[in-house]
Design a protein around this ligand. Structure first.
Ligand code: GLT
Ligand code: MN
Length: 399
């Protein structure tokens, strides 16, 4: 549905659609704006208030950390009580549990890593903590379970070899996936890459690292494991968001994703999705939508520190609005005859001339006659293509 109706009336917001699965981390709304230099600026928001507000604004689901909901030393009874409260709020609001995750980074016990700590007791504690959170997530019907290893890394590489660190990391994930399989839980598992912060360097910094990590797991376990890239983490690594998410999707491993905003060469900003570079956001959404991505689209951002508790809802709304706006623009791009013609001209969808490998096919290709000089003269009007896209994004149409 185009934003500008053909009758020239006021632009309207694109509507929600069936099957869209927008989620928000509860920790994002409960974030009180504290940072390493300043105290919190907002009142605490309860989990249930956060869930109700999300449901009212068209969100499908929420994500949680164990310690957003219960303290680190909570026993099964306390955890059970919280889970029951959440389940009630889910019934009432229709909000679903998109994913759960276990906090293995805040408590000092994890100061030198959790799954990758040198201390076997800390490693065992981390696995026990994760199993308890997995049980709670299963009870809440979570579709996915995230592992973000914020403390799994190093500043001093002589202290711990990455070979040991990554092996321990894999042993832990494999143990926990096996636990999920044994308990017949249906959730998938994703590992979330990040290059640094809070550690000087974090293991598994990029999508490619996580894909390679999964490939070293036994096949039965690896099948359950995917990657959830986060926009800000990709930008912190100075990489291309469309390529990073695209590689995960092409590998069939994009089980869910985290969206937000981030300016490169900055601390981890966790800005709203679409608040930084709209063209990048648009191209990412275009890539996801045109490849049929139908998984969880979770936002993992923080409201600006200057905002009060009302501003948190402006923040919640703008993330979903920006995704829908980009989705709408992506469709305008695909429906635009100028774009279609230019893509045709550059041969974007030309079929391959090379068939499946056989000795005969290899000989046939080798015998083909090529004229590299002539092939090199093909006109590639990328300037015009990019400009048409830019003008669609800006909502103008110069003849
Ligand atoms: C933490 C981090 C996020 C991760 C969360 C999932 S933890 O808030 O900044 O990027 O997605 O564990
Ligand atoms: Mn995240």
């Amino acid at each position: 549905m185009p934003i500008e109706p053909p009758d020239g009336k006021e632009p309207t917001m694109p509507a929600s659609e069936e099957n869209e699965k927008f989620a928000f981390g509860l920790w994002c709304l409960m974030n009180r704006g504290g940072d390493p230099f300043g105290e919190p600026v907002r009142e605490a928001m309860s989990q249930v208030a956060a869930m109700e507000g999300l449901a009212r604004r068209g969100y499908w689901g929420y994500e949680f950390h164990d310690n957003d909901l219960w303290p680190i030393n909570a026993g099964p009874r306390e955890i059970g009580k919280v889970v029951a409260t959440l389940a009630k709020a889910m019934d009432r609001t229709g909000l679903r549990c998109a994913s759960g995750t276990t906090n293995l980074f805040t408590h000092p016990v994890f100061k030198d890593g959790a799954f990758t700590s040198h201390d076997p007791k800390v490693r065992a504690l981390a696995i026990a903590k994760a199993m308890r959170t997995i049980d709670a997530a299963a009870e809440l019907g979570a579709e996915n379970f995230i592992f973000w290893g914020g403390r799994e890394g190093a500043e001093v590489d002589i202290a711990k070899s990455p070979v040991d660190g990554i092996r321990r990391y894999r042993d832990a994930i494999c143990f926990l996936v096996q636990y999920i399989l044994d308990n017949k839980y249906s959730m998938t598992v994703t590992v979330e890459p990040k290059p640094n912060e809070p550690r000087g360097d974090i293991y598994l910094p990029t999508v490619g690292s996580v894909l390679a990590f999964i490939a070293t797991m036994p096949a039965k376990i690896g099948r359950r494991v995917g990657v959830n890239p986060e926009f800000a983490h990709v930008k912190m690594a100075g990489l291309n968001v469309v390529h990073e998410y695209g590689q995960a999707l092409e590998a069939g491993k994009l089980f869910e994703l985290h969206l937000n905003g981030q300016n490169p060469l900055r601390y981890d900003q966790d800005l709203s999705f679409g608040s930084d570079n709209p063209k990048e956001g648009l191209l990412l959404v275009h890539m996801l939508e045109s490849n049929g991505f139908d998984g969880i689209i979770a936002f993992d951002a923080h409201p600006y520190r200057v905002e009060d508790n009302d501003g948190v809802w402006d923040f919640v709304e703008r993330n979903i609005r920006n995704y829908r706006l980009f989705r709408d623009k992506a469709r305008q791009i695909d429906a635009d005859p100028r774009i279609a013609e230019l893509l045709d001209q550059i041969g974007a969808a030309s079929p391959s001339l090379v068939g499946r490998y056989s000795a005969a096919e290899a000989a046939r290709i080798k015998a083909m006659k090529f004229d590299p000089d002539a092939l090199a003269t093909r006109r590639l009007p990328y300037e015009r293509l990019d400009q048409v896209l830019t003008e669609i994004l800006l909502g103008v149409n110069f003849k």
